[in-house]
Design a binder for this molecule. Structure first.
Ligand SMILES: *Cc1c(COP(=O)(O)O)cnc(C)c1O
Length: 418
């Protein structure tokens, strides 16, 4: 039946549709190359991870140096310098109440850790709280636990029987923000363990943006009820939304924060979950039963930590914020040129992320739209991966004006062609 000769089973890929799968040999800055000399502009930062650009020399050199010293170390009861300096620096650049850093190796695991920390906190202090509040249209990962706290749909229907129950707060649609806040307030009164949110923008849910004041109100409501606020900054972190972290724009200090994706500049898998002292304190004891029982083999891998330290070095040494501001302005200008096109709805932008919806008449057409757009852009030298009818551009900060113009020209051309 199958015609694909490769044994590789790709993620989120329907091999039965027989779409071409380019073989990439190398990458530099905002571009991907194959051995035939073809190239593509990476307009989605290789799935939202590459911040400064591919193969940033500072990160590549840090990785090379680290490989000569220490490749891997058990992290239960042992430690190493790259992890210690990374943790110290993360604590330095985040708000003071966040005092502890737990390492893992993907965004999903950082969220699993956050949920386990929240429940562990309530369990260890002897209060029976285990429900999680979530925001409608959220995405927090693809493991069973993170799917449980994310939007239910075609992406997780087969595993529905395994997903745990959560209470869902409506997304704060424009003009309906108070309804969201009222629902959160009512749900918090039922004494849940935690509320998990993607701050300011819901990524995989369709680049849905909500205002900073709503996030600040959410923080206040959680605080009033003693409900732990978990900020999933896996996508929003490291400058994507215009500030280093999205919570910074809202003046919000969460109780638990998840970081991954851009943590290593997008070079190696690594994640951290930061928490406030009381969460750590609840697990701190001479009683072994209160231990935080979570680990994975590669927790705080030294080479990945070295890459993350290099990322932080780049933030200190290079004009990263200036690049972000420049890219944000350029994105705004390109978006405004398309925003009056009758085939375009809901043009929107937050920091470096720009998105629009393509107006589609019938829903049968909708399901085939994204794959056809992906193919169109692939044939025009651009890596884009629309979410349904939502086209978004989330490039590395080093993208040149010409490259960005090429991406937006391709989007304009796709409206004509598709
Ligand atoms: C990508 C993403 C995750 C999952 O991260 P992985 O590294 O893919 O496991 C979690 N939360 C958000 C908001 C994300 O965008």
């Amino acid at each position: 039946m199958t015609t694909n000769p490769s044994p590789v089973w790709h993620p989120f890929t329907q091999h039965g549709l027989g779409d071409a799968i380019p073989l990439i040999s190398h990458a530099k800055d905002a571009k991907l190359y194959d051995t035939d000399g073809q190239s593509w502009i990476d307009a989605i930062s290789s799935w939202w991870v590459t911040t400064h650009g591919h193969a940033h020399p500072c990160i590549m050199a840090a990785i090379a140096r680290q490989t000569e010293k220490l490749d891997q170390l058990i992290f239960a009861g042992w430690t190493h310098e790259p992890a210690e300096s990374l943790a110290a620096e993360l604590i330095r650049i985040t708000p003071a109440p966040l005092t502890r850093v737990f390492f893992s190796d993907s965004g999903s695991t950082s969220v699993e850790v956050a949920l386990k920390m929240a429940l562990g906190y309530w369990y260890n202090i002897g209060e029976a709280r285990s429900r999680i509040l979530v925001l409608e249209h959220s995405y927090h990962g693809d493991t069973i636990g993170t799917m449980s706290v994310g939007e239910r749909g075609v992406y997780n229907r087969a595993w529905q029987p395994l997903l745990f129950d959560v209470d869902t707060i409506p997304f704060p649609r424009e003009g309906m923000e108070q309804a969201t806040l009222d629902a959160l307030d009512a749900a918090c009164a039922q004494k849940p363990a935690a509320f998990i949110v993607e701050p300011l923008i819901l990524g995989a849910g369709g680049m849905l943006i909500y205002p900073a004041w709503v996030l600040a109100e959410m923080r206040a409501i959680c605080a009033r009820h003693g409900v732990l606020l978990i900020a999933d900054e896996v996508m929003t972190g490291w400058g994507r939304t215009g500030t280093r972290f999205a919570c910074d724009q809202a003046g919000v200090i969460p109780d638990i924060v998840c970081l991954s994706k851009g943590l290593t500049g997008g070079s190696l898998p690594l994640a951290v979950t930061l928490c406030i002292e009381p969460v750590y304190e609840a697990h701190y004891s001479t009683d072994r039963a209160k231990t935080f029982y979570h680990s994975s083999s590669y927790t705080a891998n030294p080479i990945a930590c070295a890459a993350a330290n290099a990322n932080l070095q780049i933030w200190r040494d290079e004009p990263v914020q200036q690049r972000i501001d420049t890219l944000a302005d350029a994105q705004a200008a390109h978006l405004s040129l398309l925003s009056h096109d009758p085939r375009v709805a809901n043009p929107r932008r937050l920091g470096t992320i720009a998105a629009l919806d393509i107006v589609v008449a019938d829903s049968g057409y909708l399901s085939s739209l994204a794959p056809r757009l992906i193919a169109f852009h692939r044939d025009h030298g651009v890596l884009l991966r629309p979410l349904g009818n939502t086209v978004y551009v989330m490039p590395p900060y080093c993208i040149t004006p010409d490259e960005l113009a090429h991406v937006w020209d391709a989007i304009g051309a796709s409206l004509e062609a598709i």
